[in-house]
Design a protein around this ligand. Sequence first.
Ligand code: CA
Length: 228
Amino acid sequence: MNVLIVEDDDRIRSFLTKGLKAEGYATTVACDGDEALALADTGGAELDLVLLDLGLPGTDGRAVLRHLRARHPQLPVIILTARDDVGSKVWGLDTGARDYITKPFEFSELLARIRAATRQVAASTELTAADLRLDIATRTAWRGERRIDLAPREWALLEFLVRHPHQVFSRAQLLSHVWDLEFDPGSNVVDVYIGYVRRKLNEPGSPPLLQAVRGVGYRLLPLDAAER
Ligand code: CA
């Protein structure tokens, strides 16, 4: 699940990014309204939710919200702003924001509101690969009838691989996409987490869904019943 954070305050942007990543969310950031609109319109980020500040340099948050509602009506937007007057709240909700949170805010409450906002689009946020099913809204994985509990980072790794089946990723690419590290910390963290997730996914008698490709990296290879 990819959250677009639209926030011009460096400190808050960094706090949100770190906090959401720690919970296993992927994040994309925009420092102003124009950048947010460009990211939404190119669609390259495959966004699932937008956290939108209203007071932004350039194109302000109100214009961003109107544009998102017109062009991306399915994309849930949560306004996160210091503007706590009733008029702004009414305007935001009437214009199509899914929720409205005022700063300062409690991070646990923000997480609950993100879960609530995405639960409403749950039907369109299910990923599958063979008999593996990921419910993005509740962040629950199932293999057949078996529920699989995953830690936040395990979830982030699996979600990333399920979104790109068959594609082989190097350790460096996984570090960058899942851990947001542009350097190898010199540990075998990727291999360790692949091991954790693989053990949880493992079904006796079925081929492993997560495969190591010698000398290259890892991939998720969904085999349907006929290929087994
Ligand atoms: Ca601001």
